[in-house]
Design a protein around this ligand. Sequence first.
Ligand code: NAP
Length: 248
Amino acid sequence: MNVLILGGTREARELADRASGERGFDIVSSLAGRVSDPLLPPGAVRIGGFGGAEGLREWLADNKIDAVVDATHPFAGTMSAHAATAAGALGVPLLHVRRPGWTEQPGDHWIRVPDLAAAAEALADLGERVFLTIGRQGVAAFAGLHRHWFLIRAIDPPEGAVPIRHQLLLARGPFPVAEEAGLLAEHRIEVLVTKDSGGTLTDAKLTAARAAGLPVVMVDRPALPPGGAVVDSAVEAWNWLRRKQTEK
Ligand code: NAP
């Protein structure tokens, strides 16, 4: 069974680790190629875009792919949509792996917003010293805020416009709670802005914000495209793949 795993996440690496080398499975993991030094999954890896939904459809057909696992990040909405279109056009089974989002706990003060533009608007009433942990993309949404100061953390430098008053911190998680609490104190942070990525690799900042009594602007995930099954872990994705193999 030829399987394409669309990756860039811990779940994608876990699934590739589980499935690579298993009898009857030929697994290829795909990465966008955005990060300069990506964490590579085990097994075969291809890097770079496919050229839109049509390019992906051709790639799936050329490589005789029997199943697609979209284990991209919950905010990689374009790739998920292309996967749905391309797999749908060929009648290839598609699975989305979506880890659960984060849930507000007692003591949290979260402001949920639908997108980054709304997050930038919400900052008007929430403090001027901002810890921005939304990744490299989308920082431009905050570039018009001249009154605010931003600590911007990402793995690689942001693309496009950035706010005038900022400090860049290049780092890859996981980050321990004590380190996150230290950052909030050192930079006198008044508000945290993050995306509802879910998972345990990067949730320490939420614990630190709760302990410090800071508001959190939480950007909601984009909706998944219609079609395709959905699970929330690599283990369940592996079970789905084995079922598909039996059905084949
Ligand atoms: P996106 O906006 O959904 O996708 C933009 C384009 O990047 C796609 O149209 C596709 O190009 C290419 N692409 C994305 N994921 C790909 C993959 N796994 N393999 C091959 N091409 C891919 O994606 P994004 O938000 O830029 O994220 C890029 C990658 O980083 C994803 O793999 C994702 O899992 C990972 N990631 C994203 C975030 C985030 O917050 N967005 C966080 C952590 C990791 P073509 O149209 O040319 O095929």
